[in-house]
Write a protein that binds this ligand. Structure first.
Ligand SMILES: C[S@@+](CC[C@H](N)C(=O)[O-])C[C@H]1O[C@@H](n2cnc3c(N)ncnc32)[C@H](O)[C@@H]1O
Length: 301
């Protein structure tokens, strides 16, 4: 048994113990999909750095393969352009813009989606293609379509999926528009977050189908929601428990603005204790109330 195969089994065991993996079908997917094919190089945050700096980890580096089979998100792109292999030495600073989501979350979401044999599924946010490969293993290539916004990221995912033996339908484009030519779908899952549920999704999933997506916004508060489509253009649902966040869909990102020190306006004490915004639910409610506001830290305490 190769080290990779062993590490996959160890990961599957620990995901089963924590309850992230509940059935044999998804366990089979974890055992079969080599994550290193999808995130062969990745960034690791350097603890204690402000702003966070990231150290590239490549094949041959100490802990490379163990890192890949840890239940952690592997960041694979910063600032929509810097990939780990672009950083020849030292570290890089930037905002994570693509990644392989931590396996426990990917698997929980596939299971929460209630996917059954024969379902046709649309995934938004192919990223490295790891979650796509897990889905394709379970559903079959013909039942899965995945959309990625970034052509470089999507191109790398296509190569990795082929190398791992999968051939789902892949689209480079804006997933917020869905897949007008490929629907309707039974299920839609997004691994990027959105400020609001895009209307095309509500028309491209059958009545009785489900949508699983994280809602977020410019204050960076997040909440995972599972929606039942109740008719063309209509859905209803509930928030699911857990502290789940995803990078926001690129067209929903906050607009560019000057540095905080250059913004107009006066500083004044807040009537509300600002620490309430650091609370998961408090931040979410504030973001709902003021969707165009941004929550920023000054570094001052
Ligand atoms: C967290 S990563 C996806 C992780 C991926 N599912 C995996 O397991 O590797 C989010 C991805 O969503 C993509 N993305 C952002 N906005 C998008 C959009 N409007 N349509 C499709 N993909 C988008 C980003 O480029 C990024 O690659």
């Amino acid at each position: 048994m190769s080290t990779s195969t062993q590490l996959r089994e160890t990961l599957a065991d620990s995901l089963t113990e924590t309850g992230a993996l509940t059935g044999p079908e998804w366990r089979g997917a974890v055992s079969a999909v080599p994550r290193e094919v999808f995130a062969g190089s990745y960034f690791r945050p350097v603890p204690g750095t402000v702003p966070t700096s990231y150290r590239p980890v490549r094949e041959g580096d100490p802990g490379w393969l163990e890192g890949i089979y840890s239940d952690e998100t592997l960041i694979t792109q910063l600032d929509r352009q810097i990939r780990p292999d672009d950083v020849a030495e030292g570290t890089a600073i930037g905002s994570p813009s693509s990644s392989s989501t931590l396996p426990s979350l990917v698997l929980r979401m596939w299971q929460q989606l209630g996917v059954e044999a024969g379902h046709r599924v649309l995934e938004i946010g192919t990223g490295t293609g790891y979650s796509t490969a897990l889905g394709a293993h379970h559903l079959g290539d013909a039942n899965l379509t995945s959309i990625e916004y970034d052509p470089v990221v999507g191109g790398a995912a296509a190569v990795a999926l082929k190398a791992a033996g999968f051939a789902p339908r892949l689209i480079i484009g804006d997933g917020l528009r869905g897949d007008p030519d490929g629907g309707p779908y039974d299920r839609l899952v997004a691994t990027c977050s959105v400020r609001y549920v895009p209307l095309p999704w509500l028309h491209q999933v059958w009545t009785g189908g489900k949508i699983l997506v994280t809602l977020s916004g410019w204050s960076l508060a997040n909440a995972l929601v599972l929606l039942d489509v109740t008719g063309p253009g209509e859905a209803t649902g509930r928030f699911l428990p857990g502290y789940i966040s995803f990078m926001i869909a690129r067209p929903h990102g906050r607009p560019p603005r000057p540095a905080l020190s250059l913004l107009p306006g006066d500083e004044r004490p807040s009537e509300i204790d600002p620490t309430q915004l650091d609370d998961w639910t408090g931040g979410w409610v504030a973001q709902l109330a003021a969707p165009a506001a941004e929550h920023l830290g000054t570094g001052a305490v």
